[in-house]
Design a protein. Sequence first.
Lengths: 526, 395
Amino acid sequence: MSTTWDAIIIGGGHNGLVTAAYLARAGKKVLVLERRHLVGGAAVTEEIFPGFKYSVFSYVVSLLRPEIIRDLDLPRHGLEILPLESTVTPLDNGDYLAAWGDPDKTRREIARHSLRDAEAMTEFGRLMHHMAQAVKPILAMMPPDPTSLSPRDLAGLLRFGRHFRDLGQERFHALYKLMTMSSADYLDEWFETDALKATKSASGIIGTFLGPRSPGTAYVLLHHYMGEIDGSFRAWGFAKGGTGAISESIAGAARRFGAEIRTEAGVSKILVRRGGTSGVVLENGEEVRARVVVSSLDPHRTFLQLVGDEHLPDEFVSDIRRYKFRGSSGKVNLALGELPNFTCLPGMGPHLRGAMSISPSIDYLERAYDDAKYGEFSRAPYMDIIIPSMIDPGMAPPGKHVMSIFVQYAPYNVTGGWTDAKRDAFGDAVVETLSHYAPNIKQAILHRQVVTPADIERTTGLTEGNIFQGELSLHQLFFLRPAPSWAQYRSPIRRLYQCGAGTHPGGGIMGASGRLAALRILSDGR
Amino acid sequence: MLKESPFHPRTSALMEGFAWRRWAGYTMASVYELTHEREYHAVRSSAALFDVTPLYKYLIRGRDAARLLDRIVTRDVAKSKVGQVLYTTWCDARGKVIDDGTVSRLDETTFRMTSADPSIRWLHLNASGLDCTIEDVSERIAALSLQGPLSRVILEQASEQDLSGLKYFRLTPAKISGVPVTISRTGYTGDLGYEIWVEAPRALPVWDALIDSGRGYGITPAGLLALDLVRNEAGLLLIDVDYISAHHALIESQMSTPYELSLGWTVALDKDRFNGRDALIAEKERGPAWRFMGVEVDWNALERLFADVGLPPKLPTTAWRASVPLYMGGVQVGYATSGCWSPLLKRYIALAHLEGPYGEPDTVVEMEVTVEHRRKRAGATVRALPFFNPPRKRA
């Protein structure tokens, strides 16, 4: 009990681990405290059903910052990202719409639906590439406080302003539209094929309690375009071994730099004395001292539960209380005895190695949102489906498969609450919807895990089960994430920092929050 | 017409984009699918199946078979055990490398040699007075290479044989679908992997059995684009790309000794007589003028060069084969001969010749890169080879 750590990281999710690795790399004595028996937070792989590995929550990777992969040498610690090349959207008339790994093949496919759209795709891709490039430096930027006169903030604002000036008029306007429009309206400017717009707009609603026609969703669309793999934007991949392998690789790097990671060590309280923190108290009552405490938990959990509002300024407390979570998504993981046979593309084709998107039309998605608006899960939900065992055979026994189904909408505040019966009904709705497109799915299921927002909250601690640690809406981004004046990873408590996705630039397996927090701590001379 | 491998009926059915290329007079697949990503990743994450039939193969038999090979190659063949495979170079009288390949001891007096170039003349030239037969079995023997972490489990099922006892660079006779084959634990990928040698007329059922057994393990037929990427990661050199055969070189400076290729470990100077021995003894004493090393291009340097023209770094999607100058302080100190972006390691890597003193690992050099038609230099670091060396390779 005599050790005093340089830094304690609360929470062994990917951001917490990234912060730990960077601090340890700088020679700090670092301890990570994780409540569960395994690290990863929402990026975990678990063998819930013997022989079958589920990426229980988060399931694909794209946003993980390349500089983190390089700085921490994650491939050396087992990170291996496999390509996820195609997206197929089954249509209600028995046809389908596909985007393949090869551009010519994709153009020909889209031309089946609209010649105009096939050509627009190339131009749209180019614009989104520019947009992603425009936003990319911001991902690696400490958000400047526009109301502060400190030289650092002024310099940051200047850089920010210059960056936008340099975009040029056309791209600035495009970016402004992306920041303000709905994804449906934005895509209407480009495409006419309903299923194409629906499938693209789906990226704009993921993790958000908004429909494709709600303003602000175009930004979430862009957020999902910023991912890059080997220099190409909008590339999504699957981590060999599931998303837990990503967390394991970061943990491996942190350990190699000398960080200690303790699991089954939940934190019940952040110690605050005279406006500063001196450590934490574990759930078992043990006190652990540290010069710096970094919380990777979301702002609610960090400030309202672990710190307590008595230690915080009133204004800050009400900002944090107003910070919106509104979990809107669930997950269904299936162990399958045989592959799904899609009516639109029968047999074992290459489409089963990519994503299957249940998003036949904008109306379909908007209707799914309508259910959620009034407190119900979507009877016919949007689903993003992958079959991880088709990409990494190690995820299931030979010849058997696992299926990962991301489902929206499943509102946290469902009418009557998330009871066991409600969870089952939700799972049934998902399987029922899927069986409409792949009729053999019901008989193929060996095991089913249904994850509701309440389950996400209970298991990972993410408030209201929001996968981004708070919605990615404009009023909660950049210098407002999570609260005005506290967007730079610091907090009103001295030596207490934040490093979770509740800070800029937000969610997804990106690690940017964790890295920027570590850089802030180091530049503060802690 | 180019020759077709015995596996052509299967490989041609997989071909999506007519991406064939020549290899030793054969038509071989560059890539089966429209892009090579999946074929590449299969080598590192599940198992890839390559057709390597075009390798030249020779059967050397008789009382003096080992003596013949010991006259030619740099490794000590007499000391090899039955069932052992040697990777080796062979040189001319000046100690300059002619070719590199393998020598497998099938029994006490029978060896199979593989080479990248035709070698029958060289074998005969060295055989005078020896009691052995030399047979070119290049077309009689077909070969497959099954490479990747799941290659063992697939091959065990296909051959109904436990392969856990088969060590790195050892071989064993086996049967696949009733067809007699030789399985060697060898390959050109730097990963866990095996090569399967089979009489050409009975080769097809072996392909089919491997595909059948591999279905649940993600077996993926793969072409030469994928192979070229993984051999860069494994630091394995390629004749007439990374070095020029002494039989092809037009001028002295195009030739290399094994020491200059960092293959000194294959030279058994204690053997009493072999081609190039005297020259190699002298060179070892003198120290080689060149070293063959890895080079890693610094990402930030590359990113800066591209940012200067408003572009994100442009990475090669396939391996390149070209001579690219390396500098230090404005003076050329070497040249890279192969390179690629490694999607696995997330590094821009190259194989390079460096003048002796600059070949130490961690030496900081610069590599020429072309950014928007202009030649620039990006910072790079000399690395030991291989770049990728997983424990499973030998485990």
